[in-house]
Design a protein around this ligand. Structure first.
Ligand code: FEO
Length: 168
């Protein structure tokens, strides 16, 4: 069985991951409006990844005999100045999510919930990757600078991303 405190915290994280999906979907729409279909596609894959994270949490709660409780998802921001602003907001959001995961891990450790601690390790690793990716893309945007050609090439590169199933 799962302690109520952990169950509540994991349910809150399902909300946070689903909100992430919604935010990135909103960013994808904004990027379409900026004529950056590659970035928009990349962001839609990010949306699907976030839903995958929510499903992982869902499955863990169910496996532990807990109750999944879905709650209202906040409406995301809908407009950004440019692609750099979008990617800066993405990195800032991932840093916030890393904090949430760290808090969850602290709780699992304090509650001596070894199963949740093991489970959450995947998310700790994932967050390192998410933040690194955000920094890498911002670095590439920096190099492209104000060059339309550079941004065009980068958009083509972003279009290459495909959805990969989460690593176990
Ligand atoms: Fe589910 Fe991007 O963290």
């Amino acid at each position: 069985m799962i302690a109520k405190k952990i169950e509540d915290a994991l349910n809150a994280q399902i909300n946070a991951e689903t909100y992430s999906a919604y935010l990135y979907w909103s960013m994808s729409a904004a990027l379409e409006g900026m004529n950056l279909p590659g970035f928009a596609s990349w962001m839609r894959i990010q949306t699907q990844e976030e839903m995958g994270h929510a499903v992982k949490l869902y499955e863990h709660i169910v496996e532990r005999g807990g109750t999944v409780t879905l709650t209202a998802i906040e409406g995301p921001q809908t407009a950004w100045k440019d692609v750099k602003a979008v990617m800066e907001a993405t990195l800032a959001h991932e840093q916030k999510v890393s904090g949430l995961i760290n808090d969850l891990m602290d709780l699992a450790i304090a509650e001596k919930d070894h199963a949740a601690t093991m489970f959450l390790q995947w998310f700790v690793t994932e967050q390192v990757e998410e933040e690194a990716t955000g920094m890498e893309i911002l670095g590439k945007l920096e190099i492209a600078g104000n060059s339309q050609g550079g941004l065009y090439m980068l958009d083509k590169e972003m279009a290459q991303r495909i959805l990969t199933p989460p690593k176990e």
